[in-house]
Design a protein around this ligand. Structure first.
Ligand code: HEC
Ligand code: HEC
Length: 357
């Protein structure tokens, strides 16, 4: 049957609509592809994550925050004795100098230090936040109250001089300070003063580092690298060497590995210390009440950082009683049969339960 006039008109109308639809589809696809054509893949990623901006994890759900807050309202963590509580002017000057040395160690004792050149350029404060006063920021709250004390690492009783010099030699990969020096005396006066509000023999609440559970698996440096890139690299840099301030004296962002970082005899070279420190303090600006890293991220990124190269320190006299070695001490010999690699990265649960026996 021949198509009627109206029928063919209808068909040409449908064809026109189809052509217009096709045109619209082509246009839409073109608009979507336009940025891909104009920018390379990197800059598209950069659109969503602007350079120089630190990726901040979305805020915690309200319910979690409220719970954390009410928890905290009932707990009062250690606060340092205020510095202006010191009335004697000579002592006050000494305590203030001690604080200054903790906060700006490099200025006085770094490679370009004005007093001595005995450290790698880091500040004590890099690892003892807010001059060693921040809750779970590896603070000095329990130092005055618990030293001198026996430490299994040296197998001897240690006073505060010895403990401070441990950090000079290991954490700052440097040389020990003479106990009688003005600088050591000032550091001692400061640590004793801020911790003078803690009863002798007791530990202050929130001092040192906050505890953290072991994973069921080994910490994974490969997964950790991805965490490092998204959550740490913007400050600590892709080579892990940090950023010096313009004066070349102090770091804006301290190195995490490489020749200017802490050595392998340092406390932070033990993965549990590293993971606890960063879980509750990094990225800088968080507090232990609002951590950003999951436990897995914290363990994995610790494994990644501790797998990189750093200065070596010979410590043949450490852990004279090997049965007292912490389970994550990364160097043998051990009292158990677990391999060195497992002592460095885990899994730690089997080692821990074996040690209990
Ligand atoms: C690279 C990080 C780092 C730096 C830098 C550092 N420390 Fe430490 N420090 C630690 C860690 C981690 C511990 C805990 C180690 C452990 O328990 O094995 C510690 C422990 C201490 C303690 C004992 C705390 C306690 O409660 O028993 C004192 C005191 C101390 N450091 C003083 C200093 C001083 C003073 C400086 C600067 C001269 C310094 N530290 C620099 C990481 C560091
Ligand atoms: C916003 C910048 C920033 C980000 C992001 C950041 N940090 Fe830090 N980090 C700092 C600064 C600054 C310090 C020193 C703090 C001070 O001196 O008060 C520091 C200190 C440290 C320290 C102790 C010092 C040392 O030299 O060993 C470690 C370890 C560390 N950061 C690890 C990390 C890890 C791991 C991440 C990622 C999960 C991270 N940081 C993310 C700024 C940052």
């Amino acid at each position: 049957m021949e198509p009627t006039d109206s029928n063919s008109k209808e068909q040409s109308l449908i064809r026109m609509i189809q052509r217009m639809l096709n045109l619209i589809i082509v246009l839409v696809v073109f608009i979507i592809l336009l940025p891909l054509v104009m920018y390379n893949a990197d800059s598209i990623v950069a659109w969503f994550k602007p350079a120089n901006k630190i990726a901040i994890t979305p805020p915690l759900p309200e319910s979690v925050l409220v719970k954390e807050k009410t928890n905290d309202a009932t707990i009062s963590y250690w606060q340092p004795t205020p510095l202006d509580a010191v009335t004697d002017p000579t002592l006050r000057e000494q305590v203030n100098y001690g604080k200054e040395l903790i906060a700006h160690t490099a200025k006085y004792l770094g490679p370009n230090g004005s007093v001595l050149q005995i450290t790698n350029g880091q500040n004590c404060q890099n690892c003892h936040l807010q001059a060693g006063t921040m809750a779970f920021g590896n603070n000095y709250g329990s130092v005055a109250s618990t030293y001198p004390k026996f430490r299994a690492r040296s197998g001897s009783s240690e006073n505060i001089y010895k403990r401070v010099n441990d950090c000079f030699e290991r954490s700052l990969n440097g040389k020990a300070l003479d106990a009688t020096s003005k600088e050591m005396q000032a550091i001692l006066a400061y640590i004793n003063h801020i911790g003078s509000n803690v009863t002798k023999g007791e530990r202050a609440l929130g001092s040192g580092l906050k505890d953290m559970a072991f994973l069921d698996r080994a910490a994974d440096p490969t997964k950790g690298k991805a965490v490092y890139i998204t959550k740490c690299q913007s400050c600590h840099q892709s080579n892990g060497e940090g950023v010096l301030q313009a004066d070349n004296i102090e770091y804006s962002f301290p190195p995490l590995w490489g020749k200017h970082s802490f050595n392998d005899g340092a406390g932070l070279y033990r993965i549990s210390n590293f993971a606890k420190y960063i879980k509750y303090n990094m990225p800088l600006g968080i507090t232990h009440e609002n951590p950003q890293l999951t436990d897995e991220e914290a363990w994995d990124v610790s494994a990644y950082v501790l797998a990189q190269s750093r200065p070596h320190m010979n410590v043949p006299n450490d852990w004279p009683d090997i049965s007292k070695k912490p389970i994550d001490h990364p160097f043998g010999p051990y009292a158990d049969t677990f391999p060195e690699k497992q002592h460095k990265y885990g899994p730690f649960k089997p080692i821990a339960s074996n040690a209990k026996k």
